[in-house]
Each structure stands twice: as structure tokens, then as C-alpha cells.
Design a protein around this ligand. Sequence first.
Ligand SMILES: [Mg+2]
Length: 113
Amino acid sequence: MEKELFELARERYGVRAQVLVLAEECSELAAVACKLGNRGSDLELREGLGPVADKLIDELADVSIMLDQMKLYFDAKKIAERRQFKLDRLATRLGVEPGYDYARYKKVWNKLP
Ligand SMILES: [Mg+2]
């Protein structure tokens, strides 16, 4: 269903226009993320409640739709490979083995004094 909708968007507007929409939505997300990080209350940051958090959620939805479209328009397999590489790199930076049982690690980590 979504795939057909995204194909329709490609036919109607073209990939170039959709890439520009991606850039626009990412910019909107970046702006509200900065606003929340700079001026968001603890409640907004901890619980995701409040008008700025609501705006962040709205922009996250926009970007997520555009990312799904890009996976269709570009090489989804390559994107998945790069994603895994970057997840492994993050794990290494956090001091855990890539592919390790992160949920188990988190339980141990949270019990440390
Ligand atoms: Mg938006």
C-alpha cells in the first residue's frame, strides 16, 4: 500500500522533487530538535510531553515517511549494509561487541553502582 503510494509520488513529482522534500523535512526536524534540546523542559525531554515534543514527533513522522520513500527510490540493500556498519561502529564506541546481546548488556550496565 505505502509502496504504491510512494511510486505514485515518484511518478507525479519525480525523485529530484522528493529528495528536496526529504531535505526540507530533515531541516524541519533539525530545527525542532535544536529547539527541544536548547529550551525543552525536563518533562518534555523525559516524557515526550508538551508542544515542542509534539512538534518533534510530527517531524519525526515526516522524516520517517521520506526515508521510507528513499529506500524505495535508492538501493535499499546498500542502505541496510551501511546502517549495519554504522550500528556496529556505535557498538564499538560504546565498548560492546557488535552483535552482542544489547538488552542483556543494558541490564548488567544498569545494575552497576
Ligand atoms: Mg515537516
